[in-house]
Write a protein that binds this ligand. Structure first.
Ligand SMILES: [Zn+2]
Length: 349
C-alpha cells in the first residue's frame, strides 16, 4: 500500500512510498484512511528538525491528525464496520510515570511516551492503518470529513480545561477571552470560548482572507495589531502563536486574576523588551497564572468530539481550506496565504 514516509532528522527524505500492509501488532482494528490533517509538526519532521522512527526502522510513516473508516473492527471493542474513527496520537510511557499510570499521558513526566507519526510509532498517512480499540475514537457520522479536525480540537479542549481548573483557586467568573493567532488551533479555541458563552476576541496579523469572517461568524470580535490596543483586559488569554513578543504582551495584558494559557511552540525572537523581573512583578501583583498546555488524554478526546458535534458544520467546513492527493503531499506541506487546515485526502468520507 501507499504511505507518506520520512527519514526523521534528515531533511528532504519525505516521499510517497510503497510499504507493507499494517502490522496486526499495531492493533486489532483495521481502518481505511480518509484524510490526514497537516500541521507545523509535520513540516518540522519533513524539514529534518524533529521526529523519531520506530525502533529498528529508519523511516517513519508521517501523520497524526487522522480520520478513517473501520474496515475490520476486530474481535473486541464496541466499534463496527463502517464507523468513522480517529486515532489517539500519544501512548503512555512504558515505565510508567505516575501520570501515564493513571491515563494522563498528556502530562507524562519522563518524556518516554510515544506518538503516532511523530515519535517511534508509524503515523496515519497510509492507505490503511491499524489501531488498538481503546485508542480509536468514534466520530459523529454527520461530521464526515470534518472528523479530521478532532485531533487539533483535543489540544484546545485540554487547554480550556487547564484554564478552568486553574481558575478554581479563587472566586472567578471569566467573561472575556482573547485568543492570539487565528490558525486552526486559535479558531478552535475561539469556538470553545463561544460555546462557553464568553465574549470572544481573536487577534491575528492578517487583515484579509477567511480568518476575520470566520471569527465574526462565531459572534466574536477580530483584532489586528497589538494586544495593548484591544481595548480591554481579558480574563483569559489563549496564546496560539508561540511568538515571543505576543507572549510577553499577553502576560502584561491579562486582567487581574486572569489566566494565560500557552499552547504555541516557538523559538528565538528578540530579547529586547521588558526585563523578566518586570514581567514577573506584573504577574505577582495581578495574581496571574501562566500555564503551558500540550497534547490531550482520552477525556479531552471525548470532550473534543462533543465540541465538534455541536458546532455549526458549515463553519467547520470553512476551516478545511485545501485538500491534496497523497501524490501532492509536498504541496500540502507548503503554507499558502489563505490556508487554515490543509488535509491529505486518501478517500471519500
Ligand atoms: Zn509518562
Amino acid at each position: 500500500m501507499k504511505a507518506i514516509t520520512v527519514e526523521p532528522k534528515k531533511p528532504g527524505t519525505a516521499r510517497l512510498d510503497e510499504v507493507p500492509e499494517p502490522d496486526p501488532r499495531d492493533g486489532s482494528v483495521l481502518v481505511q484512511a480518509i484524510a490526514v490533517g497537516v500541521c507545523g509538526t509535520d513540516a518540522e519532521i519533513v524539514e529534518g528538525k524533529y521526529g523519531w522512527a520506530p525502533p529498528g526502522k529508519t523511516r517513519l510513516v508521517l501523520g497524526h491528525e487522522s480520520l478513517g473508516r473501520v474496515v475490520d473492527p476486530g474481535p473486541r471493542g464496541p466499534l463496527q464496520e463502517g464507523d468513522l474513527v480517529v486515532g489517539i496520537v500519544r501512548r503512555p510511557d512504558p515505565v510508567p510515570c505516575p501520570n501515564c499510570a493513571v491515563g494522563e499521558w498528556d502530562m507524562c513526566r519522563n518524556g518516554q511516551y510515544t506518538e503516532r507519526g511523530i515519535k517511534e510509532i508509524d503515523g496515519f498517512m497510509s492507505e490503511r492503518w491499524r489501531i488498538e480499540p481503546e485508542y480509536a475514537m468514534k466520530v459523529e457520522p454527520s461530521l464526515g470529513l470534518l472528523g479530521v479536525l478532532l485531533e487539533p480540537t483535543t489540544v484546545v479542549t485540554k487547554a480550556w480545561e487547564q484554564v478552568v481548573t486553574v481558575g478554581q483557586r479563587a472566586f472567578w467568573e471569566p467573561q472575556t477571552v482573547l485568543v492570539t493567532g487565528a490558525g486552526p488551533i486559535g479558531l478552535l479555541a475561539a469556538l470553545i470560548g463561544a460555546q462557553r458563552g464568553m465574549d470572544v476576541h481573536v487577534l491575528d496579523r492578517v487583515e484579509s482572507g477567511p480568518k476575520p469572517q470566520l471569527v465574526r461568524d462565531l459572534g466574536a470580535t477580530y483584532h489586528t495589531g497589538a494586544i495593548a490596543d484591544v481595548g480591554f483586559e481579558p480574563d483569559v488569554i489563549i496564546e496560539c502563536t508561540g511568538v515571543g513578543q505576543v507572549i510577553k504582551d499577553a502576560i502584561r495584558g491579562i486582567g487581574a486574576g486572569g489566566v494565560v494559557c500557552l499552547t504555541g511552540v516557538g523559538t528565538g525572537g528578540s530579547t529586547i523588551g521588558p526585563a523578566v523581573a518586570d514581567v514577573a512583578a506584573a504577574v505577582v501583583l495581578k495574581n496571574n497564572v501562566v500555564v503551558g498546555s500540550v497534547n490531550a488524554n482520552k477525556r479531552h478526546w471525548y470532550k473534543a468530539g462533543q465540541v465538534l458535534a455541536r458546532a455549526d458544520h458549515a463553519w467547520l467546513e470553512k476551516l478545511v481550506t485545501r485538500r491534496e492527493a497523497p501524490e501532492q503531499f509536498d504541496q500540502a506541506l507548503q503554507r499558502e496565504a489563505d490556508d487554515i487546515k490543509v488535509v491529505v485526502q486518501f478517500g471519500e468520507a
